[in-house]
Write a protein that binds this ligand. Structure first.
Ligand code: SF4
Length: 253
């Protein structure tokens, strides 16, 4: 079975990729999953929740990939190691997840072991799983692994762009340049190898652009976080005064 594939964009660059389904859903056996547990606003404008990713056979393959890692992580790891033993992966690049993320520490650990066992292959990833990376990757990263933290997730506030390599989705190329960020338009590998911080131009999908409303994902997420924090504060103060009538918190909704 072929585990690693090349989508149209990445094929041009000779990059292989491994895919999970984007965000949350239900497996055919009825189990719920979330392959992007730290997704925030990104889930509302996710390229992998659109177009060819929604074709039944594509979705089924991605769900099957996820199900395998959930049900038999050692068996999947063994199969991935066997696949990566093929000659074509020597000195090749593999993007881990063109959709989905490192959804559990066990799954992330399995990948770290794979990377350490296949030193002739180079791996890279975008991720929103900041806490898991701080704990499991940053102290001792495999030397053949590059990653970039991407904004638009629930852990955005823990990122420090002066220290962390970060990527943000901008409304267009002009706004990337105006902010002094660096586009990865010419090659996806620039996200991990080129100058940082990294700017990505939003996909030209009308309903996603409407939701993004001209904002960068980091600002969009920060707005959502601030609104949530304000709601939490007002709810707590209403509870502290004992006035929990609807509207007593000051929340207009
Ligand atoms: S983390 Fe990535 S794949 Fe998952 S919902 Fe967000 S943008 Fe989509």
């Amino acid at each position: 079975m072929t585990l690693l594939r090349q989508n149209r964009e990445l094929k041009k660059l000779g990059i292989w990729n491994w895919s999970l389904p984007a965000f949350a859903g239900k497996l055919p056996d009825g189990r719920n999953y979330n392959a992007c547990p730290s997704a925030g606003v990104c889930a509302q404008a996710c390229y992998a929740r659109n177009g060819t990713y929604l074709f039944p056979q594509v979705k089924a393959r991605h769900q099957d990939n996820l199900r395998w890692t959930m049900d038999d992580l050692p068996g999947w790891q063994h199969a991935m190691l066997a696949e990566l033993s093929r000659k074509r992966f020597i000195d090749a690049w593999v993007r881990i997840h063109d959709s989905g993320d490192f959804y559990s520490r066990a799954y992330l650990t399995a990948w770290l072991e794979i990377m350490r066992a296949r030193q002739r292959t180079r791996f890279y990833a975008y991720t929103k799983e900041v806490a898991a990376f701080r704990e499991l990757v940053e102290p001792n990263p495999p030397r053949n692994f590059w990653w970039v933290y991407s904004y638009g997730g629930t852990q955005d506030s823990t990122l420090d762009p002066t220290v962390d390599r970060v990527a943000d989705v901008f409304p267009d190329d002009q706004s990337i340049a105006a902010a002094g960020w660096h586009s990865q338009e010419d090659s996806d590998l620039l996200a991990v190898l080129g100058p940082a911080p990294v700017g990505i131009s939003a996909n030209n999908i009308a309903r996603f652009k409407a939701r993004q409303a001209g904002r960068r994902w980091s600002r969009w997420q920060a707005g959502v976080d601030a609104a949530r924090a304000a709601r939490g504060t007002s709810t707590r103060s209403a509870a502290a005064t004992g006035d929990t009538r609807p509207g007593a918190s000051g929340d207009p909704r």
